[in-house]
Design a protein around this ligand. Structure first.
Ligand code: URA
Length: 446
């Protein structure tokens, strides 16, 4: 098989056969297909897309390029949630222990911060000792014992995606619906799930900003999941402003622990419960959304979800005392308030600008090898639509040095826009299933 001929065919808008995709992926993982050819192919896909059969073959080839979490005949439903990435998005830390309290196992494989977005692994690793680098055997054993594990992608899972994703990241080939779908779904299907809930972010801070494209992405991923016997549903949620108040790893852990004690910010809790309800539905343990929501709220009010978080933390080598003693988490030495310079309504807080300000503080990465400072970040109590007076505190910067805090202050000058009015996106706007798209706007709060 001559790789240049395959690239030319895709470049010219023709299809490749399943065997050709399988051979290409196998050759790439084995090092026989060099990066320059694979990046040319990725760019051809960005422009030409993939036929459904090609997408299925590419996803299969990536899925089978490595190992899977094999639960054998264990019959407990297994469900995960995957977010396309956001700023301040710590829903995983809340919903995973809640759902695990209700007889649904959550084998959650998460990622690190990417671009302007934060990553669940970075947040968990803010907890002293927390180990996200478990082997597949350890992860399976913990899920069977506790019902919950949160770990990073292991070298055994989807090595083709690991290699291809790094290549796409530096060749301008991330923004492609078929490539994103194959990348995410191959990893999720490797978790041996019976159900999956996708959180597709919409708005200026999302990787895909056009709502129509977000729906196509959701439908594409749902198609792949359902074809593999994994019930898959997607919610479209707002990422035109950060979610919750805390942005930055340790700060987000604290906000999550507050949420697990019933004290989380309203927007964060709304999105968390919406996603968690869908997890219980796809798991098949609930059919009524209102009942599912009540059961989830009970895991919080009873303290069971918090206890589950502590047990998971301990099982993974972390200090479980953090759940009641936040002083055990890393903390930045400098805090600086950011105040409104005029009266007005908070109109816009672009997540990209906030995300980049956090990276500049040292709380995120510009290059994969960067180390991050888990203590830094920005608390953003201001939300679009909030009327403020001159001098009100809109944000609190947590920094390593005064100079870093000053730089973040300048970044916030650009990020926080005050005006006469604001029109934030609805928090949870659509539910997408194999049956179609349902508009939920009426039931969401901004
Ligand atoms: N996240 C992934 O895992 N893959 C993509 O292609 C994009 C976001």
């Amino acid at each position: 098989m001559l790789i240049p001929r395959l690239i030319e065919r895709k470049r010219d808008g023709l299809s490749l056969t399943g065997d050709e995709w399988r051979a290409l992926v196998a050759g790439y993982v084995a090092g026989r297909v060099p990066d320059y050819q694979m990046s040319a192919m990725a760019m051809a896909v960005v422009w030409r897309g993939l036929e459904p059969g090609e997408l299925a073959a590419l996803t299969e080839a990536m899925l089978h390029s490595g190992a899977m979490l094999d639960f054998g005949d264990w019959s407990t439903p297994r469900v995960d949630k995957h977010s396309i990435g956001g700023v301040g998005d710590k829903t995983s830390l809340l919903l995973a222990p809640m759902v695990a309290c209700l007889g649904v196992a959550v084998p959650m494989i998460s990622g690190r911060g990417l671009g302007h977005t934060g990553g669940t692994l970075d947040k968990l690793e803010a907890i002293p000792g927390f180990n996200t680098r478990l082997s597949l055997g350890e992860a399976i054993a913990q899920v069977k014992k506790l019902g919950l594990v949160m770990l990073g992608q292991t070298p055994e899972i989807c090595p083709a995606d690991k290699k291809l994703y790094s290549l796409r990241d530096v060749t301008g080939t991330v923004e492609s619906i078929p490539l994103i779908s194959a990348s995410i779904m191959s990893k999720k299907l490797a978790e041996g799930l019976s159900g999956l809930v996708l959180d597709i972010k919409t708005g200026s801070g999302a990787f895909i900003t056009d709502p129509a494209q977000s729906q196509i992405l959701a439908k594409t991923m749902i198609g792949i999941g359902e074809a593999h016997g994994c019930r898959t549903v997607a919610l479209l949620t707002a990422m035109d402003r950060p979610l919750g108040i805390a942005c930055g790893n340790a700060l987000e852990v604290i906000e999550s622990l507050e949420g697990l004690q019933g004290r989380g910010p309203a927007d964060l809790m709304e999105v968390t419960y919406a996603l968690a309800v869908e997890m219980l539905i796809v798991a098949g343990v609930d059919t009524d959304r209102a009942v599912a929501r009540q059961r989830l709220e009970e895991t919080v009010s009873s303290g069971r979800a918090l206890q589950m978080f502590a047990r998971m933390t301990e099982a993974q080598g972390g200090d479980p005392r953090v759940v009641s003693d936040y002083a055990r988490l890393p903390r930045a030495p400098v805090t600086m308030e950011y105040r409104a310079v005029q009266d007005g309504v908070v109109c816009d807080i672009p997540p990209r600008k906030v995300g980049h300000a956090i990276i500049a503080l040292g709380g995120g990465r510009s290059k994969t090898e960067d180390t991050i400072d888990p203590g830094v970040g920005i608390m953003l109590p201001a939300k679009p639509g909030l009327r403020v007076r001159r001098g009100d505190v809109l944000a609190v910067i947590h920094a390593r040095t005064e100079a870093d805090a000053e730089r973040a202050r300048t970044a916030l000058d650009e990020a926080i826009v005050l005006a006469e009015s604001a029109t934030p996106l609805p928090l949870v706007s659509h539910r997408v299933t194999a049956a179609g798209v349902e508009v939920l706007i009426e039931s969401s709060r901004a």
